[in-house]
Design a protein around this ligand. Structure first.
Ligand code: TRP
Length: 411
């Protein structure tokens, strides 16, 4: 207990990270530098661990599959207790994956898909259950732009995009937190009991004039990390949880892990991703207020082409001559950075890095390649989403056992 309080103190202090030009918390990500966020410093500042080659080797050995390019390229770059989760898996106890989305609106952009694409890969590779929280309550408390009913509706709509990533209905449970909370209220109570208001204030920057929902909500995001929140899946078993998430969500799980320690249950494992920057450059955001800032899942091929051609910030030379002499500045170039996220072929990516970096390849060629890659991803996504009916969403939300729990014995 003593040690945990010390840890908690430390974590509160580092919740406001000390990196200049950078604000990262669940409610705000602002990068005021023109460059890529210094993720090494962020790891230090948050007190998490880097994902090393040894983790990739271990995941590959355990799953007998090549690791996802998000892992190969360090896009999922940081973790907490990943080894403990892999130990549980190796010992045949299995684990489950928990991730989520705050349904802030009807439309999602390609950046929103990342945690789901990655979770889907992990689900397939490890064959473990997945639970997905749609935190309509969180958006209602924090954004308050519309009614709770409307945020619920966004939740259902977003569920269709999530399902379209290819989750297996027999292995995946999706829930709206405003509707499911009763089933895990016992765990929500335990979290609320273990956390003081002053700790919450330290972690999330809340104050007296914030509505009570903001104070109550963190326990709702924490509770799904305990397998006893899903009795219809795990019964009475204590199963380890791994949470794929954007690194901005880490404050929630720092808090969660601290309470796990107090409750004497295994600490939740975390695996963190970097952010996809807005099309206008590092330090810019993707959002609905400026449709040219992002590729949305509803964009047509023509819109995608135009956005990338006109709006994706280039690190190439101002003139052809300058470009050929100096090459492209890949540290600010958006099209190349997007290819790191979306082009799976390592050899081709490396070729582009070298040729574009030297100024042999022109920005227009790199953009063309990106347009092809993203258009394919988005149009295929749209085709799959069109097949997701309300009945299918209901099936994912039904309380039922999942087919891959308990795990089959490893051999
Ligand atoms: N807070 C997240 C958001 O605003 C949504 C969320 C709920 C989540 N539960 C989660 C994200 C678990 C990652 C893991 O988008």
């Amino acid at each position: 207990m003593q040690q945990s309080e010390q840890e908690q103190q430390k974590e509160q202090v580092i919740a406001q990270n000390e990196i200049p030009d950078l604000i990262i918390n669940p409610y705000e990500v602002v990068n005021n530098s023109k460059k890529q966020i210094d993720y090494d410093k962020l790891i230090q500042s948050f007190g998490c661990q880097r994902i090393e080659q040894t983790h990739l080797d271990r995941i590959q050995a355990l799953t007998q599959k090549p690791v996802h390019h998000y892992l190969r390229r360090g896009i999922f770059f940081s973790h907490r207790d990943l080894n403990q989760v892999l130990d549980a898996y190796e010992a045949g106890k299995g684990f489950y994956l928990y991730t989520g989305r705050g349904p802030s609106g009807e439309s999602m952009h390609v950046g929103h898909l990342m945690p789901f694409i990655f979770t889907k890969y992990l689900q397939e590779a490890f064959d473990v259950p997945v639970v997905i929280e749609l935190s309509d309550d969180e958006k209602f408390f924090h954004k308050s732009e519309t009614t709770l009913e409307e945020y619920q509706r966004y939740g259902y709509e977003n569920a269709k995009d999530i399902i379209a990533c290819g989750f297996d209905v027999n292995k995946t449970f999706i829930f709206l937190s405003s509707q499911y909370a009763g089933h895990m209220y016992h765990n929500i109570c335990k979290f609320q009991h273990a956390i003081t208001y002053s700790q919450l204030r330290g972690i999330f920057g809340l104050n007296e004039s914030d509505n009570c929902g903001k104070v109550a909500y963190p326990a709702v995001q924490a509770a799904p990390s305990l397998s006893s929140s899903f009795k219809h899946i795990f019964g009475k078993d204590e199963v380890m949880c791994l949470v794929p998430q954007g690194i901005d969500q880490d404050p929630y799980f720092r808090m969660t892990r601290d309470v796990c320690y107090k409750l004497k249950v295994p600490k939740t494992g975390c695996i963190h991703s970097q952010f996809l920057p807005g099309l206008h450059g590092f330090g810019t955001k993707m959002g609905t207020t400026d449709p040219t800032s992002a590729i949305f899942l509803t964009d047509t091929a023509k819109e995608i082409e135009e956005k990338i051609k006109k709006h994706a910030l280039s690190g190439g030379g101002m003139t052809k001559k300058e470009h050929q002499e100096k090459g492209a500045d890949l540290t600010v170039d958006v099209p190349y950075h997007y290819l790191r996220f979306f082009l799976e072929d390592d050899a081709r990516l490396e070729e582009i890095r070298v040729q574009y970096g030297k100024g042999v390849m022109m920005t227009s060629e790199v953009k063309k390649e990106l347009i092809n890659v993203i258009t394919k991803i988005v149009t295929e996504h749209q085709q799959r989403r069109a097949l997701v009916t309300d009945e299918i969403v209901q099936k994912f939300m039904e309380l039922r056992p999942l087919s891959n729990y308990p795990p089959k014995k490893n051999n």
